[in-house]
Design a protein around this ligand. Structure first.
Ligand code: PG9
Length: 626
């Protein structure tokens, strides 16, 4: 993940983000050396093909007995980065684990920072018929092999963990794992870069992330920020014009990841071969998957990884934890608040002390009991920890339809039978896209701080007056509505163009009079959300134009959740067709490859959302049985 749990070149950005997360002890301080109670050794560990990987090993200074090793592999630099600077400080990611007693090994992956070799973004699995072939799984294997043979006083057991890119590297370490690997915790791993994680969602391209990240990782061996000349990147990306201008003006074909975006606009073998659903099989190592409900980068990934492994988990090795966090938020600060939302208790501390530390201690040190729930979630709204023996807990929920109705109403009652087709509509103009967060939109990982990490919790009143954002909402609820599991939206839509994006947001609207915190009166909090690119409604492999004026059914999975809409609150759904610049603009004129669209292809179009018995647009909520 970037940057809280990984080394970052710009220390200021790291300090600022800790301030945002509420980790005040570090505010304005020069970072202390938090490894003082450890003996630090730096080694170059040889891989099977001779490439050497830069690794920092921390051994407790007063080690009395053999200890397990915890390994973290990262592209973000181990040498002087946050992993080491803050790893044993209060509110840092490894404090509780360090207190428990482990040897730690942090490693730069191939081609990054101090390691030799070439970096390949999410390096594909190797061809096993080629003896000397390598991938991140073999690099993890070779590293573990070296560590257990060379680090004095280790107990022969290794745990692997990491958030985001390091989370994905953790998954790789669990594929054909070294026998010493006894527990892995992937946290916010991406699982599918076309369907749901950093680079695309349902085929819609994540422009700002895709552009900035490919520059950041593929400009040099160390993280390098794109030198924006405009503070508000909403304006910058709008001025950029068609996507082809990226190569034309800036990249000139030099960033492999960007070239892959351009040459693989559909769900082809390139994307499928790296998707975890096609790479993972039966879990062979205890695996704890960790997700944040408001993860702005990789929420799809850990849930998909859990689901994929669960299909064959006959030995009960697979676990899920989800809580009220942004990307990696469980690893930093105390997790009492995120953005303006208060969860009433220190959720991140709770996770690190009561879930993560005992889980690793059980599997790596035989300590404690295996009483870990299959799924542990923090239910937002009511702010309670919950446990489940299956996820999603379909045995405990009933699907209920919430229908889009006339005059902006959302209702559990369907549109009356016999009613003729009715709809709401709006003009969507690619020249005036809806911002995804309040402007100015600072660069994603801006070193002076950025709204990126909390944008999913922004009050949606900042857009609900726009004519190109439709809202439907319930009356104030008479009783709590608890939604636990996967939420699906069924949209019946048409356009006057030949392609369109459909963004759906499920929102908890706070009461106008909110005594607990009057400033939160009427707050519109996104609980679940997603975008769908219309051209992929019949399959992600082959895009198809939308037929002007013809209603199409589009199913949008807005993902898993555990949220209580409390009595007195309202449930709202918003639909819009731009979310800029996190999602690139759909030209709304079908072209085979949007990366080659011309300026003239980008045209305003009128979009219609139907709400009638024949076309009952609705949201399907898994509501807890009372
Ligand atoms: N979300 C980041 C990422 C992971 C994997 C690939 C590309 C980006 C990260 O935080 O590491």
């Amino acid at each position: 993940m970037k940057p809280e749990s990984n080394a970052r070149p710009i220390i200021l950005s790291f300090c600022l983000c800790l301030v945002v997360m509420g980790a005040s002890p570090l505010r304005g301080q020069t970072p202390i050396d938090s490894t003082v109670n450890f003996t630090r050794t730096t080694v170059m560990i040889p891989m099977r093909d001779g490439v050497k990987l830069h690794t920092v090993i921390l051994v407790p200074a007063k080690q009395a007995e053999p200890l397990p090793i915890l390994m973290v592999r990262t592209p973000y630099g181990v040498h002087d980065g946050p992993s080491l600077r803050y790893f044993n400080t209060p509110g840092g990611p490894y404090k509780e684990l360090a207190a428990e007693g482990y040897i730690f090994a942090f490693q730069d992956i191939r081609g990054r920072y101090g390691s030799e070799g070439t970096f390949v973004m999410q390096r594909p699995l190797r061809d096993t018929s080629v003896a000397q072939s390598i991938d991140e799984s073999t690099d993890a294997y070779d590293t573990v092999d070296w560590l257990v043979k060379n680090v004095a006083q280790n107990n022969g057991r290794v745990g692997v963990l990491g958030v985001s890119y390091p989370g994905w590297l953790t998954v790789m370490a669990s594929i054909h794992p070294h026998p010493a690997v006894k527990a892995v915790s992937e946290q916010a791993t991406p699982a599918d870069m076309f369907l749901g994680d950093d680079f695309h969602h349902n085929g819609a391209f994540r422009l700002s992330y895709g552009f900035e990240y490919s520059f950041e990782l593929e400009t040099s061996k160390v993280d390098t920020s794109f030198p924006f000349d405009t503070y508000d990147t909403y304006e910058w990306y709008l001025k950029l014009g068609p996507l082809s201008n990226v190569d034309e003006k800036y990249f000139h074909g030099t960033r492999p990841t960007w070239e892959n975006f351009v040459h693989h606009p559909n769900y082809d073998e390139f994307w499928k071969s790296q998707a975890l659903a096609f790479q993972l099989d039966k879990p062979v190592v205890p695996t704890m998957n960790v997700a944040g409900w408001w993860d702005q980068e990789d929420f799809y990934g850990p849930v998909k990884t859990y689901e994929t492994l669960e299909k064959k988990d006959t030995d009960h090795l697979n676990y899920l934890v989800a809580g009220p966090w942004n990307h990696g938020g469980w690893g930093y600060g105390d997790g009492t608040k995120l953005g303006k939302i208060d969860f009433g208790s220190a959720t991140s501390t709770y996770y690190r002390e009561n879930i993560q530390a005992p889980w690793f201690a059980y599997f790596l040190k035989d300590k404690g009991k295996n009483n870990f729930a299959e799924a542990t979630t923090f239910r937002t709204g009511s702010n309670t920890w919950e446990t489940y023996d299956q996820w999603p807990p379909r045995n405990r929920t009933t699907d209920k339809n919430l229908y889009f109705r006339a005059k902006g109403q959302l209702s559990f009652d369907p549109p009356p039978s016999g009613m003729k087709d009715d709809f709401d509509r709006y003009l969507s103009d690619p020249a005036n896209p809806v911002p995804y967060r309040p402007r100015p939109v600072e660069p994603t990982y801006y070193f002076r701080g950025s709204g990126w990490r909390t944008w999913l919790l922004e009050d949606q009143r900042f857009v609900d007056h726009r004519p190109d954002v439709l809202s439907w909402e319930t009356e104030p609820l008479q009783e709590d509505v608890i939604v636990t599991g996967d939420i699906i939206t069924k949209l019946y839509v048409s356009t006057t163009g030949t392609d369109a994006d459909w963004v759906v947001k499920l929102i908890d609207v706070y009461p106008e009079e909110y005594d607990k915190d009057p400033k939160m009166g009427g707050y519109e909090l996104i609980v679940a959300d997603e975008v769908f690119r219309g051209r992929f409604r019949n399959g992600f492999e082959t895009p198809e134009p939308m037929v002007p004026g013809k209603p199409a059914e589009i199913s949008v999975d807005i993902h898993h959740n555990d949220h209580a809409f409390l009595k007195g609150h309202r449930i709202m759904v918003q639909v819009q067709s731009t979310w800029f610049p996190v999602i690139d603009r759909n030209p709304q004129t079908f072209v085979p490859n949007i990366f080659n669209a011309k300026e003239s292809d980008y045209r305003p179009a009128t979009h219609t959302v139907y709400r009638s018995p024949r076309y009952p647009s609705r949201i399907i909520l898994p509501v807890a049985k009372q």
